[in-house]
Structure formats: C-alpha cells, structure tokens
Write a protein that binds this ligand. Sequence first.
Ligand code: NAI
Length: 292
Amino acid sequence: MAEIKTLAVVGSGQMGSGIAQLGAMYGLDVWLVDIDSDALLRATKSISSSIQRFVSKSLLSQAAGSDAMRRLKCTSNLEDLHSADIIIEAIVESENVKKKLFSELDKISKASAILASNTSSISITRLASATSRPHQVIGMHFMNPPPIMKLVEIVRGADTSDETFSATKALAERFGKIVICSQDYSGFIVNRILMPMLNEAFFTLYTGVATKEDIDKGMKLGTNHPMGPLELADLIGLDVCLSIMRVLHVGLGDNKYAPCPLLVQYVDAGRLGRKRGIGVYNYQKVSEPVKP
Ligand code: NAI
C-alpha cells in the first residue's frame, strides 16, 4: 500500500479536531470536514491553542507548530477528499448516519483509500457493508483527547485485509500511539468495560446512594482513577455515553447494559456534559455577586 500522505477527518468535534491535529503535527496534509461551519471554526481555534500549549511546553518548536497549522485545511464539501489516502470518520455515534456517510465516502474517495471509523462501539462489519470496499474499512478508535492519550484501539471487520490493518497500525504508531486490537463486537475492549462502570455511577446517583461529588471522590481516591466516573462521562459527552450503552444493550443482548434513566433524562434535557457547559456538573461560569 502506498505511503499515507494525506489524511481526511470527517466530523470536527472534540475527537475529529484532535485526530486532525495529530495528523498535521506528524507531517500529513490534513482535510477536516464538518457539515457545521461553526464547528469548523471552533475546531480550528481549539487546534491552534492546543498546538500553542505543545509549543509552550517545548514539546514542539514554534516553526513546527506553524507548519502544522499550514497543513490543515477545512471544508464542508466531501468532494474535496478525493485525494485522501485515509479518511477517518468521527461524526455522531449513530449507525444509520455513519452508514450513509460511508456510502458517500466510498463514491468520492480514490479506490486505494482506507475508510476508518473512530466509532466507540458500532460494528465495523456493518459500516463496511455500506461500501464496495469492505477489505479497506477498519476501526481506528482514539481516546479522548487524541493528542494526549496514548492508546489507539484497532478493530478489524469481518473482511478487513491484512494490508489495511498494517497501514492503519503504522499510522497510529507514527502518531506515537500504542495499539491494541479488538474483535468486532459491540463496544470492543475499552468501552465494553468502561461504559457499564460509568452507567453504574449514574445508577448510584439515581438511587440516592451518594452525592455526585462523593461518587467521583470514591473512585478517584479509592481506585486511583485520574477522574471520577461522572466527571469522565461529562468529558466524553452524555449523548455519546448513552449511544454507546444502547449499542451494548442491543448488540450484547443483556439487560445489565440498560442505560440508567437519569442518563437518558440528562440527554433529553440537553445536558450533554462539558461541550454544552452542563451535564452532571455545571461548567458555566457563575458571575460574581455585584459588590455594593
Ligand atoms: P462531537 O459531538 O463532539 O462532534 C461530532 C461532529 O460531527 C459535530 O461537529 C457534527 O457537526 C459533525 N457531524 C455530524 N454529522 C456529520 C456529517 N454527516 N458529516 C460531517 N460532519 C458531521 O462528537 P465526538 O465526541 O467528537 O464523537 C465523534 C465520534 O467519536 C463518535 O462516533 C464517538 O462515539 C467517537 N468517540 C468519542 C469519544 C469521546 O470521548 N467523546 C472517544 C472516542 C471515540
């Protein structure tokens, strides 16, 4: 397979923007795509400030940081991706929406391009079935935030070729990541174990066992986790957590994966976590009381 020189990332939210940043920092030409032009603006700003943090910590030179920003191009037009060697999808966690996108990407991308998904839980085999190139479809699951977290979980669909797997693994390693491999079952490795724990933290809150602060403190100090489960759910996005629980519930067919009603209610109320300023916790700045 030819060397990967051009990366395209579809979806410029918290994951897509981080993956695009990695590509640009590691010397690839990068296209970042979103249907929402405001999301692209937010992504460019957040990539630029994250690169500046790398520069201020001397992890990247100022010149390398500027080069990375120059290699990044944003668009809302999928047709621009015709020259990409690999396209990584990071849009909403919905099988139908992702399948529609994979079918479009299959039509507009070059025949040799790899189509990868950053899905947290959805079957790669089923996403591949929306394309005419299932041997070139693969799961490339980054952790949040992608520029910092060391792990990439690679998921082979039923027909993913060895060539596609090797090229994807080599790209993750070029980004300085450590790779683990999972079979194509709902939630793969990390979210199959993590999400039921976060869901249980919601049940612990829902049934009044403890306050949100004590649940998080308990898991941080009691089990040495860097973040409490409710804080982590807010970081991931409660909508993303709920979608993953639903995939586990349906895909693994066991009621132990049923989403907690409180998680469902927060999502219904638009309390999606940090990205919306409110989730389990409130991140909106409370204005100081006016002094007389
Ligand atoms: P997000 O909600 O921050 O961003 C999604 C972006 O996709 C939005 O900007 C939206 O406008 C865009 N989008 C939606 N449909 C589109 C389409 N058809 N074409 C182009 N852009 C489209 O979501 P986030 O958190 O970045 O998640 C994205 C994917 O990454 C999901 O599949 C999620 O399961 C997965 N993931 C999420 C992690 C997390 O911690 N949030 C961790 C690892 C994977």
